[in-house]
Design a protein around this ligand. Structure first.
Ligand code: PLP
Length: 401
């Protein structure tokens, strides 16, 4: 297989603005004129190319960004949403009807878990939660009414790696769809190339990288994107979570530096993960040989972009996690905040924040300990200096002697 280079696919895009602008123009309009009434009618029925009707349906700024994401993911098309949750919920609701069944990784972002567990039963959609690293348990969970397998390429917050080719194989054999949330590993993992049918993103995170907005995306076949945006029955069209064109335009510019940022996030996270594990701390990071799926990660990843910016350290209990996070913030190591993919390091205690939707017994069952602290490692230029500061905090709190 040819070396995958999603960064060059974005670099090669030729997207210009009016008057030869080097960035595409922002279309600041909700509706569009037609010179001929027939063309408007044809556009309603999805039969014209290059025409825009109404910005909830499609707008040029979102189309530029969607095309860039499709290039990144090597899919035929893309669709831009107002949040990652909108991308996830629209995709699932488009594929499932009442009476259908979903198999999902039990470790997912807490909001996704809550949607699957608490919201879908309203529509009589049944969900089986499995350990995604146990391929046999995934296979056993498939039922005649299963429509899809849902997973995250790197799960939140336990950083399990989804064996996308093996999951795709189960989907092919059962005639169902594989949906992969690639929020933690853009550039690093190329789910479509590995066999996923639909890739969803919270662009709020690494893709945008600035924590100045919430946004999402869906990358898939042209048929699926047309289905989502159909004026009569498309879930995205009818539920309407469209992103504002001004935001699309700023995210598109940030997307062009994503490859550099991912390398630096990965370099810094690898440095900290190695050092912390040498100190005997319990560290979860896919780049460490101690990670149970390190070899799988190496098989699946586009190596030049590193192992990602996310790592988790188990400080044992919630109180210790809180104390170290506060002290790290006071020492300018980063911020005690949820979310990820920012240029500064962010840390949060997963079980009490972004995974608090998981009931305590499920947290325990999946190995999400009380003190598990998730780090989204920033773009620090001198990571050794950052490491020294963290070490100082740990010594102050007698986590290390
Ligand atoms: N997917 C993952 C892996 C996430 O971590 C998050 C948010 O933290 C989401 C999806 C939801 O994205 P958003 O907050 O943009 O709706």
């Amino acid at each position: 297989m040819k070396k995958n280079d999603p960064a060059s696919s974005i670099q090669d895009l030729r997207q210009f603005g009016e008057f030869g602008g080097v960035n595409p123009s922002i279309t600041d309009s909700s509706t569009y004129t037609f010179l001929a009434a027939d063309t408007m009618e044809d556009t309603f029925h999805g039969e014209t190319q290059g025409c825009f009707l109404y910005s909830r349906h499609w707008n040029p700024s979102n189309k530029y960004l969607a095309d860039a994401l499709a290039a990144l993911e090597e899919t035929e098309s893309g669709w831009i949403t107002a949040s990652g949750m909108a991308a996830i919920t629209c995709t699932i609701l488009e594929l499932c009807n009442s009476g259908d069944h979903i198999v999902t990784s039990v470790t997912t972002y807490g909001g996704t878990f809550a949607f699957l567990k608490n919201y879908l039963p309203k529509f009589n959609i049944e969900v089986s939660f499995v350990n995604i690293a146990d391929i046999e348990s995934v296979e056993r969970a498939i039922q005649p009414n299963t429509r899809l397998i849902y997973t995250e390429s790197l799960t939140n917050p336990l950083l399990q790696i989804s064996d996308i080719p093996a999951l795709s194989d189960i989907c092919r054999r059962n005639g169902i769809q594989l949906i992969v949330d690639n929020t933690f590993s853009p550039m690093i993992i190329s789910p479509a190339r590995l066999g996923a049918d639909i890739i969803v993103y919270s662009m709020t995170k690494f893709i945008n990288g600035k924590n100045d907005c919430v946004a999402g995306a869906i990358c898939s076949s042209t048929d699926f994107i047309k289905r989502l945006s159909d004026v009569n029955s498309g879930t995205a069209m009818l539920l309407g979570p469209v992103l504002d064109p001004l935001r699309s335009s700023s995210i598109l510019k940030n997307l062009h530096t994503l490859h550099i940022r991912m390398k630096q996030h990965g370099h810094n996270a690898m440095f900290l993960a190695r050092r912390f594990s040498e100190l005997g701390l319990k560290v979860i990071y896919p780049g460490l040989e101690s990670h149970p799926q390190h070899d799988l990660m190496k098989e699946l990843m586009n190596e030049e972009f590193g192992f990602g910016g996310m790592l988790a350290i188990d400080f044992g209990d919630h109180q210790t996690s809180n104390k170290i996070m506060q002290l790290m913030q006071e020492n300018d190591i980063g911020y005690l905040a949820v979310s990820l993919g920012y240029f500064k390091t962010l840390f949060s205690c997963s079980g009490h924040s972004t995974s608090s939707e998981l009931p305590p017994e499920i947290q325990k069952e999946i190995g999400l300990s009380e003190g598990l602290t998730r780090f989204s490692v920033g773009l620090d230029n001198d990571i050794e200096r950052t490491y020294d500061k963290i070490l100082y905090c740990m010594k102050e709190l007698k986590i290390l002697s």
